[in-house]
Design a protein around this ligand. Sequence first.
Ligand code: NAD
Ligand code: TYD
Length: 382
Amino acid sequence: MDYKRNIVITGGAGFIGSHVVRLFVNKYPEYRIINLDKLTYAGNLANLKDIEGRPNYKFVRMDICDFEAFHRLMQEERVDGIIHLAAESHVDRSIKDPFTFARTNVLGTLSLLQAAKLYWESLPEKYEGKRFYHISTDEVYGALAMTHPEGIEPPFSTKASSAHHEAYGEDFFLETTKYNPHSPYSASKASSDHFVRAFHDTYGLPTIVTNCSNNYGPYQFPEKLIPLFINNIRHRKPLPVYGKGENVRDWLYVEDHARAIDLIFHEGKVAETYNIGGFNEWKNIDIIKVVIRTVDRLIGRQEGEDMNLITYVTDRLGHDARYAIDSTKLQRELGWEPSLQFEEGIEKTVKWYLDNQEWMDNVTSGDYQKYYDAMYASLNKE
Ligand code: NAD
Ligand code: TYD
């Protein structure tokens, strides 16, 4: 069958990527969706069990740094759209092993850009109807001052608004905010963003970049704050809070991010940058208390009885104080808005992890990886 579009989604077996793949496969049966993923520790095909047999879905195990293989895939599958999420994504790992982050996030992105350029330039219609959409993070902008401009306490969701932004300007990250990354992770993402824009400015590659705030929701690897803490609370293990727990993050439900990606892929303007966020800032310690109360209530413990698991530990090196995204441009130009209030999103999220203990156990034991490695090793022998 001839599909209307042939789209590669990189990192589709990871947290956000799996939600994007699911949305596209379900919503666009007329598109062929190719999930390209290396299946690192963060990639797990169990995240996509519900759609793996769909006719418009295909999984390819590939390293984005493998330029030759990706260039071949583009030709064979006549790829006309790339949504690029594959990355090393955890700040703590980047502090221990920055080289892996430079390799995947910078060289991997460059390899995709160069392959897309070569293939699309070889076609009679060249870049017409093509898209290279790069998913990035708000962490490239650096860190904002810890306090809210009006001196109010988090959550700030009801206070931060476009009017608020007009009054306070750069107290939120704007699309025009200067890059100032602090961690090896954010430095590698910043570098990849620069390469993407350079490929537009130099060769005319039809690129789009978006920078999103912290995501939460189902299928997030339990090295990140929310799933790690849900699992620890359930097993009554200590909750390691870095520093004083006062750092502020701006949280967005992952399906709202996936909806934004869908909208921007189809309607975003080439060469533009869009910030994505829910105006939903929380101090870590406050969000941790919400998570503890929610887990306790949902598993029938006395609400708040696990507060004693909170354990203050040495701060993360270079720990960014506050992230806060202003997504007014996206709301104004493309009409996107987050659909979930935070209370609803966190309830759904905690419930999902509690209901999917098997997924969590598999991921924390590493069993899912042994399975893929054995499966692919036997395929490679044939
Ligand atoms: P994740 O770590 O859950 O998933 C990353 C995926 O990329 C995994 O499936 C992994 O196997 C794959 N991958 C890693 N290296 C690869 C390589 N060399 N070749 C092919 N595949 C490879 O990450 P996530 O949280 O879903 O983030 C996805 C993207 O969104 C990243 O680019 C990240 O920077 C960005 N982002 C994440 C957040 C967040 O809160 N998680 C917020 C904003 C932006
Ligand atoms: P994380 O989920 O790693 O996302 P990011 O570093 O990309 O924002 O961390 C969210 C916040 O929670 C961050 O300020 C670090 C903090 N944190 C802890 O206090 N303890 C932990 O065990 C983890 C993983 C994070």
